[in-house]
Write a protein that binds this ligand. Structure first.
Ligand SMILES: C/C(=C\COP(=O)(O)O)CCC[C@H](C)CCC[C@H](C)CCCC(C)C
Ligand SMILES: Nc1ccn([C@@H]2O[C@H](COP(=O)(O)OP(=O)(O)O)[C@@H](O)[C@H]2O)c(=O)n1
Length: 305
């Protein structure tokens, strides 16, 4: 009898054979690389003489260490990606190919979205989310160390701060990475709330700044520091990026969504987050806290998880 732990999805094409207790795993034929799929594709075992000692079945060792190796490798790769992203924008900044404010915003937009997009490369084990959260945690420590000027990294400061003051790292950027840690641990790949909240904080809020600074001549009646252009761009881009992230995760099999229903809920999340972001409360609470938190609340109420 095949070892089917989960109903097979159409994308799986599973060869069925008799199963023997000492066998070698065989590949699952699927259009997606198996390490990207939400559950380990059912590895069927086929009758074939194997040589490993009966007292320690090789498959049990492999099944124990493979996820750890996968998660460690994924963590290293995403850490390298994070460092490379900041280094890239520092280089563009240094060569005057990009303005510092635009550089910071693009780092703001890309960091969290690329981080969430990397979650599927981690294993399906319970420790995967903890490995993934190491990446924002390391960057959190990096921001703290540089924010208190214990170490100086001009590239990081230029790419991530407004005026080049290291202490700025201890506000918006620090709250940002703390939210990344929270979303990875609390929601991971199991709830749309995490990816939607990151899409609103990174994509929506980031684009609002870029569009608002450039085209924001018509200010909001209740907040002269924010504009209609900025808020409308936050709503539209936050909605589209959220839908894009949900489609990405549903295409990999993590979510099964009724898209008409989902569009309505994501639009509600984007609207509420945009209104909160437009309020004149940034001096009191950073919008890297208010935008994701309100997105989480509305998303959890809308999606139920
Ligand atoms: C510039 C940032 C926040 C400032 O927000 P605001 O004040 O403009 O509202 C973002 C800071 C990003 C941080 C330095 C690096 C975070 C990297 C992330 C955890 C992992 C990215 C991995 C991916 C593969 C690039
Ligand atoms: N809804 C918005 C958001 C930002 N903006 C523009 O973007 C600038 C930075 O916005 P912000 O203070 O929210 O910046 P962050 O806190 O997101 O870094 C504002 O001073 C506005 O010029 C806007 O016009 N409308």
């Amino acid at each position: 009898m095949a070892l089917l732990s989960r109903p097979l999805t159409p994308s799986h094409c599973i060869l069925r054979r008799n199963v023997h207790k000492y066998t070698t795993a065989i590949h699952v034929v699927s259009p997606h690389p198996h390490w990207l799929l939400p559950n380990p594709p059912v590895l069927l075992r086929f009758r074939r003489p194997v040589s490993f000692p009966p007292h320690i079945p090789r498959s049990s060792l492999t099944s124990a260490t493979a996820p750890l190796l996968q998660d460690a490798g994924a963590t290293a790769a995403v850490l390298a990606g994070a460092y490379s992203l900041v280094l890239t924008f520092d280089t563009l900044n240094h060569r005057n190919l990009i303005h510092q404010s635009l550089s910071r915003k693009l780092v703001h937009i890309l960091s969290g979205l690329l981080f969430a997009a990397c979650w599927p490369i981690f294993s399906t084990s319970t420790q995967a989310r903890y490995f993934a959260s190491v990446v924002p945690l390391v960057n959190c420590l990096r921001l703290i160390v540089h924010g208190f000027s214990l170490v100086t990294d001009e590239g990081l400061i230029k790419s991530v701060t407004r005026e080049g003051n290291p202490q700025e790292l201890l506000r918006g950027p620090l709250y940002y990475v703390l939210i990344l840690i929270f979303c990875a641990l609390a929601f991971w790949r199991e709830s749309p709330t995490g990816v939607i909240s990151l899409a609103m904080m990174c994509g929506g809020d980031g684009v609002a700044d870029i569009i608002g600074r450039r085209f924001g001549s018509m200010k909001l009646p209740y907040n002269q520091h924010k504009s209609w252009a900025g808020s409308m761009s936050m709503f539209i881009c936050g909605f589209l990026i959220s839908i894009g992230m949900l489609y990405y995760y549903s295409a990999l099999g993590y979510f099964q969504l009724d898209w008409t229903w989902t569009f309505q809920r994501v639009a509600l999340v984007a609207l509420v987050a945009t209104v909160v972001e437009s309020l004149p409360i940034t001096e009191i609470v950073d919008d890297n806290i208010t935008v994701p938190l309100v997105s989480m609340v509305v998303s959890m109420l809308s999606f139920g998880y």
